[in-house]
Design a protein around this ligand. Sequence first.
Ligand SMILES: *[C@@H]1O[C@H](CO)[C@@H](O)[C@H](O)[C@H]1NC(C)=O
Ligand SMILES: *[C@@H]1O[C@H](CO)[C@@H](O)[C@H](O)[C@H]1NC(C)=O
Ligand SMILES: *[C@@H]1O[C@H](CO)[C@@H](O)[C@H](O)[C@H]1NC(C)=O
Ligand SMILES: *[C@@H]1O[C@H](CO)[C@@H](O)[C@H](O)[C@H]1NC(C)=O
Ligand SMILES: *[C@@H]1O[C@H](CO)[C@@H](O)[C@H](O)[C@H]1NC(C)=O
Ligand SMILES: *[C@@H]1O[C@H](CO)[C@@H](O)[C@H](O)[C@H]1NC(C)=O
Length: 203
Amino acid sequence: MISISSLIPLALLICYTYANPTLNNTVYIISQAETPSLGIDGLTPVGLRRAQHCIPNVFKGLGIGLIISCTPDPDTGACFAAVATVTPLAQSLNLTVNTSCTTGDHAEDDCASNLIASFTQNSTAAILAVWDAGDEDTFVDNLTSNFDGIDIPDQKDDDGVFHHDVFTIVRTGASIRRLSQNCSGIDGKALGTGRLPGEACDT
Ligand SMILES: *[C@@H]1O[C@H](CO)[C@@H](O)[C@H](O)[C@H]1NC(C)=O
Ligand SMILES: *[C@@H]1O[C@H](CO)[C@@H](O)[C@H](O)[C@H]1NC(C)=O
Ligand SMILES: *[C@@H]1O[C@H](CO)[C@@H](O)[C@H](O)[C@H]1NC(C)=O
Ligand SMILES: *[C@@H]1O[C@H](CO)[C@@H](O)[C@H](O)[C@H]1NC(C)=O
Ligand SMILES: *[C@@H]1O[C@H](CO)[C@@H](O)[C@H](O)[C@H]1NC(C)=O
Ligand SMILES: *[C@@H]1O[C@H](CO)[C@@H](O)[C@H](O)[C@H]1NC(C)=O
């Protein structure tokens, strides 16, 4: 027979929640590069240029020791473009992209955070993550719920439109920052576009 007193330690064990670890490693969250329209898979020529010629240059000197992406799913096509986006960078750093976390219905919500937590036990190297387009926000949300010390400022520069060049930097003790990869020839403002001199400016 199970006595009440033997259940008390069990209840304590279940109720006790550990403090979240501090995320001391810098995490870069990038977007998948440009993909073709109308359900065609792969990257567009611009996306391939971003993956091969821009991303490796932008991220090569930042001490990245772990690159993670999601598991490619042949049924839905998910994650193929994300993995293609970081494969040239991984090759240039002699790293293997860790794709052990799945997306979709079988996704384990804390998979990426657990992977990051396990890496940070033994390494201070920076981490770069890429998921499918639009998943960047849930990625940051999940990090903030699983690690302490991440400060999310108002995203004044967030225009609600998805941009492939934007990446997010998460670093403990510093506000989350968003920057453009500034890929030459494909990012930033094309000459002759935008407000004309004298036109209203709402800032
Ligand atoms: C993060 O850094 C703080 C302060 O240096 C340290 O106390 C803590 O143990 C570190 N956390 C991890 C997971 O390494
Ligand atoms: C990657 O490995 C190759 C061959 O082992 C080596 O020549 C190269 O220096 C390494 N690159 C980096 C960034 O570690
Ligand atoms: C990816 O990370 C998981 C969890 O830490 C680990 O078990 C697995 O061996 C890693 N895979 C690769 C290819 O590094
Ligand atoms: C970290 O290093 C220790 C000591 O070498 C080892 O026992 C442990 O398995 C490592 N943890 C991870 C997540 O690799
Ligand atoms: C974050 O967690 C949510 C559920 O809370 C999950 O749906 C989503 O896939 C996770 N995102 C990532 C990038 O792991
Ligand atoms: C991209 O250019 C903007 C404006 O010139 C600059 O503020 C930002 O730091 C640059 N991004 C990177 C990754 O260098």
